[in-house]
Design a protein around this ligand. Structure first.
Ligand code: XMP
Ligand code: MG
Length: 185
């Protein structure tokens, strides 16, 4: 067992169950006859996105991916976001569902939302797996939320610390001792 992690923040079964419920809700909300465009925010959302879209069964959707990098250190968001890989299609008139791993201060999603809305989609919904409610600095309307969590740094199920732990099939808390010594670097 990894000494710097506290396991069991959210276990595999709870993730599976909750993701299935989110998928059902998203499917129910698809406007009649429309094919939604589901957009995965890389890298953190890739595991969530893969499970979520498969839990939608054989519903017709299209998938796109975008990569963003946020300036700042590993644990805090600066709110200055650079799109390093953009969506490959025109989203004007489309029903877009943006899928993100976690909302913390809200700065990243707020920025992405502004950019996407300027492209005039028919609708834009946001789905996040994790919500650190207490850390919010800007309000962002979020349509689908998996779990509300405390203001702790979490890893696993796509989320990383320094590129590690994305493959864990559950969410763990990274102990402060794992990064506090390097904070001034
Ligand atoms: P903001 O503050 O802009 O942050 O809402 C969103 C982005 O910050 C990263 N983030 C985390 N990544 N564990 C992670 O692995 C965390 O606990 C965490 N909190 C914030 C993440 O990249 C997210 O997109
Ligand atoms: Mg992220």
């Amino acid at each position: 067992m990894e000494p710097s992690l506290e396991y069991d923040e959210i276990n595999y079964n709870d993730l599976k169950h909750r993701v299935k419920m989110l998928a059902q809700k998203i499917v129910e909300d698809i406007p009649e006859g429309e094919i939604p465009l589901m957009v995965c925010v890389l890298k953190g959302a890739f595991v969530f996105f893969a499970d979520l879209t498969r839990d939608m069964g054989d519903v017709m959707i299209e998938t796109e991916f975008m990569s963003v990098s946020s300036y700042g250190d590993e644990q805090t968001s600066s709110g200055v976001v650079e799109i390093t890989q953009d969506i490959g299609v025109n989203i004007a008139g489309r029903h877009v569902i943006l899928v993100e791993d976690i909302v913390d201060t809200g700065l990243t999603l707020n920025y992405l939302r502004d950019i996407l809305l300027r492209r005039e989609p028919a609708s834009l919904r946001i789905c996040v797996l994790l919500d650190k409610v207490a850390a919010r600095e800007v309000e962002v309307p979020i349509d689908y939320i998996g779990f509300e969590i405390e203001n702790v740094f979490v890893v696993g199920y796509g989320l990383d610390y320094a590129g590690h732990y994305r493959n864990h099939p559950w969410i763990s808390v990274l102990k402060e001792s794992a990064y506090k010594d390097t904070e001034s670097e």
